[in-house]
Design a protein around this ligand. Structure first.
Ligand SMILES: O=C[C@H](O)COP(=O)(O)O
Length: 286
């Protein structure tokens, strides 16, 4: 069943997170039990959106990124990352390279005014359309934080709805930029506005905020995903991103997903990890 913004107010009223600290502490205590499993490490690789988002990205850098995502380790030729994630101007380089290799891979582009969102809606929408035209199969966009902080959640919802239309079939991954949303209530509201607008994934951070992914905000977002699933029967994916550097960081989110959302979410269709350097750390142990 689908719902629009009419259910927003009822769903977000009096939201509270009494078990947050205990849940995060429990998750951290379970990380060592998965740490030695090679199978878990291999699965982590499949969840990674291998990312480069730098001003000095070039065609050769994103081609090397694609090569690495397609074959992170020579010893296990079937293992590959969930996607590559690049700036819009590099999408054509990625798709051209994939075509030359005759390989397929999910291609995510940040677009829609990434990372600040401080651009006119018309240019944000056009940026999404152009990235899709160049071959992006996934769009990682950002919410309008000015609207969110002003409490104008309907504007956040409306803009994302237009972005979803601009995706024209490409998956929409909506970044909340949780480090800028001030409190957990706002993070829950942003999650709900994003899901109601049709986002396929909700994502914590751009990697450019001062505070990026944390287990605490991930818990709040996963509670919202769980409630949205109860309401609609639609599974929305979750993507922590920004500052994930260690295997322990990644396993924390993997455990959280299973505890709050269940094993069904432990698939690259519903769980991604946005990271630029984590893959190298994992591959050293495979
Ligand atoms: O979405 C992915 C992030 O921008 C990557 O952040 P990172 O460089 O801290 O791993």
């Amino acid at each position: 069943m689908t719902f629009g913004f009419e259910v927003f107010a009822k769903e977000v009223e009096q939201v509270a997170f009494p078990k947050l600290e205990q849940t995060v502490a429990d998750i951290k205590s379970k990380i060592p039990s998965l740490r030695s499993s090679k199978e878990e490490l291999r699965k982590l690789v499949t969840y990674i959106d291998l990312t480069t988002l730098s001003g000095d990205d070039t065609r050769s850098r994103v081609e090397a990124l694609v090569d690495k995502a397609l074959a992170p380790t020579s010893s296990q030729p079937d293992l590959r990352c969930g996607a590559v994630c690049v700036y819009p101007a590099r999408v054509a380089d990625v798709t051209r390279h994939l075509k030359q290799l005759n390989k397929q891979l999910n291609v995510a582009s940040v677009a829609g005014g990434f990372p600040s969102g401080q651009y006119l809606l018309i240019t944000r929408l056009l940026e999404i359309q152009l990235a899709v035209k160049d071959g992006a199969t996934e769009i990682d966009t950002v919410i309008n934080r000015a609207a969110a902080l002003d409490g104008d959640w309907e504007l956040v919802y409306d803009e994302l709805k237009q972005m979803k239309r601009a995706c024209d079939g490409a998956h929409l991954k909506t970044i909340l930029a949780t480090g800028e949303l001030k409190n957990n209530e706002n993070i829950y509201k942003a999650s709900f506005a994003a899901m109601l607008s049709g986002s396929d994934f909700i994502k914590t951070s751009t990697g450019k905020e001062t505070v990026n992914a944390t287990l605490e905000v991930a818990y709040v977002m996963c509670l919202a995903i769980r409630r949205y699933f109860e309401l609609t029967g639609r599974r929305v994916g979750f993507k922590p991103a920004g500052g994930l550097r260690t295997i322990e960081d990644a396993l924390g989110y993997r455990i959280l997903i299973e505890e709050v959302l269940g094993k069904e979410w432990l698939t690259p269709e519903l769980f991604r990890i946005g990271a630029s350097s984590l893959l190298d750390v994992i591959v050293k142990e495979l």
